[in-house]
Design a protein around this ligand. Sequence first.
Ligand code: FES
Ligand SMILES: [Fe+2]
Length: 436
Amino acid sequence: MNAKASQQKDNDDLTRVGPDTVMGALMRRYWLPAMQSSELEAGGAPVRLLLLGEKLVAWRSPQGSVGVMDHRCPHRNASLFFGRNEEDGLRCIYHGWQFNVEGRCVEVPNIPTGDDFKTRVKTTAYQAYERHGIVWVYMGDPAMAPPVPKIEVMDAEEGDLEIEFALRECNWMQALEGDIDTSHLGFLHVGNIEPDDLLPDDPMRYVVANRAPRLEVAEAPWGTTYCATKRTPSGGRYLRYANFMFPCWTQAPQGQFENNLFSRAWVPMDDTHTMSITLLWKKRGNLFRTMANGEPLPGVAPLALLPNTSDWLGRFRCVQNPRNDYLIDREAQRSNRIFSGIENIGMQDQAVTESMGPITDRTREQLAPSDLMIARTRRRLLQAARALAADGTQPPGVDDPFVYRMARSGDMMVEGEASWQETYETKIREAVRLGE
Ligand code: FES
Ligand SMILES: [Fe+2]
């Protein structure tokens, strides 16, 4: 295979998530956050759910349990989205076959021998689990369901998490890569800010005083980790840590390391659509403070969503989207009020990653040293997916959900010359910890 063909093969293996792909198989070894619990009303209408390229239907029984199964009725493929949510299960409106939340066929009423026949009906149904108002789904071999991952932010008390869902209209991996790409912060998000625009003690000063951080990258038990370093005028260092965690999680340095309980899942809906699911501990500090003049940073308007529809892609759509050029304000861009001209930090990320195309063509990229974390993460994911395909080697976190326990992101100021890894070890032990 020539170099270009091999790069193309890497890109295909990295990005495709259908049932017969290596990355799809890897994703199916994990519990994935998929929906908000509030999307499913007890005894209410089923919801179309697109996950890992599979068209599913999710519903909540009148008793409150969640069912997730192939949306096609196993009889003759009519969509169970139109089903009746009854006492004993979801009933197909075509010939009345009925399925419980485990996906078992409980009634075949259109034939005289239905009671016997129903035991032979096979369906594809998946396990669901709820916590913090999120429905998690496991789409792998039922006999091999792993424990739920011990991601730190999930240890927060119920009600202490802020949860944000947003549809990203591109492949999951290029969306994820935005969160582990530290050098874009100084351009895309704060390219218009100069140090003296900020409060004297705002660490963001170091980001904008030197927009070319030194980057250190290493593999970690949970995936990969980086540290971006800047020297401060006093001779100390400003450090920003971030993580990639298997299979599709990031921890971006959007707050102080001390209490930054934050994780984001980039859940593949199909190869070209991703649900970004952000979990924030409400008591953490924020990366963005006010400007020195007391004004909020420009370009930090809250996320605006359109009302959900019942379409496969109708959930958590952004008001700013490719059809309206994210409402880019060229005057704000020209005057440098907002570097990108696009309101909202997340929408700035959305615009650049979606603009790469539905699946970015990585064979034409020219990676720089600033992309080391991205390159290492791609390699780690590909190696894990191929090892699973080759001999069933379980990817990180499946057998041991505690690999996530020590993963934390955030920024900090340090004196002294301890290595970035030693500093991490010290600071995670001193940090605010939940669930221990
Ligand atoms: S297609 Fe569903 S019962 Fe016939
Ligand atoms: Fe960003």
